[in-house]
Design a protein. Structure first.
Length: 274
């Protein structure tokens, strides 16, 4: 049974393990424990800050930081900002993350906050779907200016390549463009030619999808495919089917499958994941 409460100095080493055991955190955190101890003391002394841990017996399996922000806008309401959400790698997909966020929301409500907000890195596509399932909406574009160059993505030891566009070869360019525009809520880049269309995320989050008019047979099963994360899997599947997708019959689903296989109007397969 995981219980949630305010972090204590004795939990710091385990909190650091969680911060570093992460695709992004392993590049941007450090082993200088003294730096974190001073930061912990500063944060813990601030009445508008709460460091929350989820513990199972003596082990810290989850963590987040909650900040209360007084403000004048929204009728002078107070906001709660959630940051640094972590769940131990071997305890994910057990509902601990959802319970942690719900606990933070309860704290914010008790503090009189009118809004709970958070940001998530664009590379964390699964995290975005997770927060949407909990009721958060992607209503704003977050922006950051790094005053310390060593903290910026360019200053961290991270891969030098990112996914800019996923290219799908198609026969009927316009039909496929219409389908994927509506399926993903993407928009077309201006000035594309008759053989190539690049679709961009309307909200600027996520990789582009490009459609290349080039005759190529559909490969089954495909060597590469799209995984689309859905806040409401069944509703999204029905919406995609009305747009022209088809459900792919398959008897190989495992009992705990969280995905459904669909195909676009030309038979290119993709998965919708809960």
């Amino acid at each position: 049974m995981v219980s949630f409460h305010r972090a204590e100095p004795a939990h710091l080493d385990q909190i650091l393990d969680l911060l570093q055991d992460d695709e992004l955190g392993k590049h941007r955190e450090t082993d200088e424990v003294g730096t974190y101890r001073r930061a912990f003391e500063t944060v813990d002394a601030d009445p508008n800050q709460v460091l929350v841990v989820g513990r199972e017996r003596s082990r810290v399996v989850a963590f987040l930081q909650l900040t209360y922000i007084p403000g004048l806008s929204l009728k002078g309401s107070k906001r709660a900002q959630i940051e640094a959400v972590r769940v131990a790698a071997d305890r994910r997909s057990e509902g601990i993350g959802a319970a942690l966020i719900e606990h933070a929301i309860d704290l914010a409500r008790a503090e009189g906050c009118g809004v709970v907000q958070l940001t998530t890195n664009r590379r964390r596509q699964q995290a975005r779907a997770f927060y949407e399932r909990l009721g958060f909406t992607n209503s704003h574009n977050g922006m950051k200016l790094y005053l310390d160059p060593g903290l910026s993505p360019a200053g961290l030891a991270s891969p030098g390549l990112t996914v800019g566009s996923i290219v799908i070869r198609v026969d009927d360019l316009e039909r496929q463009a219409a389908f994927w525009e509506q399926a993903l809520d993407y928009v077309r880049r201006e000035d594309d030619d008759d053989d190539f269309i690049l679709l961009r995320p309307r909200n600027g989050v996520g990789p582009n999808v490009s459609l290349d008019r080039w005759a190529a047979p559909v490969q089954v099963p495909p060597k590469i495919h799209l995984d689309l994360y859905a806040a409401d899997q069944e509703a999204e599947i029905e919406r995609l089917i009305t747009l022209g997708a088809t459900r792919v019959p398959w008897d190989g689903y495992p009992p705990d499958a969280d995905y459904i296989i669909l195909a676009d109007p030309e038979g290119n397969r993709f998965c919708v994941i809960a």
